[in-house]
Structures are given as C-alpha cells and as structure tokens.
Design a binder for this molecule. Sequence first.
Ligand code: BMP
Length: 258
Amino acid sequence: NRLKLSYQERAKLTKNVVAEKLFQIMSTKQTNLCLAADVTVASDLLNLAEQVGPYICALKTHIDIIEDFSSNLLSPLKEIAHRHNFLLFEDRKFADIGKTVELQFSKGIHLISSWASLVTAHSLLGKGVLDGIKAASLDSCGVFLLAETSAAGSLITESYTKSTVKLASDYPQLVAGIVCQNNLFLDNPGLIQLTPGVNINKTSDNMGQQYNSPEFVVGKKGADIAVVGRGITEAKDPVETAKLYRNLLWEAYTMRLK
Ligand code: BMP
C-alpha cells in the first residue's frame, strides 16, 4: 500500500530516474506542493519561481502562454530550479502520434526537452506518445499520464482510466506517475499520484474547474503531490500562501503515514 510508505522509501521503489529524484526532493524539502505557474509574462514566471521556489518540489508551466517567450528565459529558469532544488515540469499534454510528439518535445521555439525533466501526456493515442518522448529525451525524463481530470463533464471513461494506469505500469522506466483525482494504483508505490484542482477558498471556477482541499486530496484521495495554481498566484501574498499550502499538504501526508 503506497499510502503507508514514506516518499523516502518510495524513492527506492521507482524505476524512473526523475521520479526517484522528485521523491528525494519532496523528502528533503518536506514539500509535496507543485506550483502551477500559469502567468503570461516571462519576468513574472521568474519572480514566482524565485520567491516560491523554496516551498515547492516542482514548478509546472504552460510555456506556450508566455507572451514574451524567448529562449533567454530558459537558463535563468533552470538556474533558479537548480538553486532552490525543484524540478521543471512542462504541462504540455502531448497527444499525437509518436513522431509528432518527438518533434513537439524537442523542436519549435520552446525546446521543451532541453529544460523540462517532467512532462504530461494524454494516453489517448496509446504507447506511441511515450516512444516519441523517449526518442527526444536528452537526459532522463519523467512522464505523467492523464488518467482523470479535475474538469467537470470530462469525456474520460472508467475503462480509459483503467487502461491508462495499465499503460503507465507497462513503462516504469519512462512514466513517473499519473495525473488523476482518485486513488487508482495502491499497489504500485513507484508511481506518483499528481492531483490538480486544489484550493482552500473555492470549490470551482466559472469554466468547469473543480477544487478540493489539501486534506481531502492527500488524506482521502491518494494524492502524493498536489498542484496549486490560482490559489497561490492570485493570492494577495503568494509567498505566504505557498507556505500555507505547503504546510497543509505536508501535514496531510504525515497524518496519512500514521
Ligand atoms: P488552478 O489551481 O489555477 O486551477 O490550476 C490548475 C492547473 O492544473 C492548470 O495549470 C491546469 O492546466 C492543470 N490541470 C488541471 O487543472 N486539471 C487537470 O485535470 C489536469 C491539469 O493539468
């Protein structure tokens, strides 16, 4: 039962190198908070990474929403991630044939494979997506497959969710974990459950996003890492709020171990 194992113990059980590193970071920094840094200006992204960096295990980006993106953003971003010891996680949600995914991951203006050690992918097109990511990986890479979403009215079915977990288990060297809302893989402690849709002040937005509390997702739903975006980025004091989420999430994890 993965829910009763510490992140430190689970670091030894994963076959994905980046997941192992992520477990170690979580354990050392005592944080299972991933920040969704959904800002649209490059300097805002860097400031956020610099200020919130000490409290997170990963910084999740949508790099294609940065209006003034240039490759000059990449080295400072990597430097901040290195200094504050968190991973860069591009939420690209790859969903195409393997060859196209290979190109999308490594080419274009964003050069994702050169800086992101974690990426998300849809399982819809099957194993080709993973082959494409693998083909373009420079160093080691960890993929999170989407098995469920936090969106109201999602078209994902139970059997799709199940098949996604199976696909993830078939590629333990490449897959770091699963993006989902429920505890889908108790028996696979090497995989990481990443759960978005976490907010302490709201239960939804006006576009179908659905939120739960840190205690609920970690304590009741099996989340190993919670993704928090606007709960932090739109707070009056993002740094203090990030600390608060970090404490609540870590407390929920330590309670779960008991
Ligand atoms: P927020 O906390 O502001 O709602 O942001 C959630 C983040 O997580 C967004 O970046 C979104 O793309 C991502 N996300 C999600 O909300 N639900 C999912 O099921 C999968 C996601 O990647």
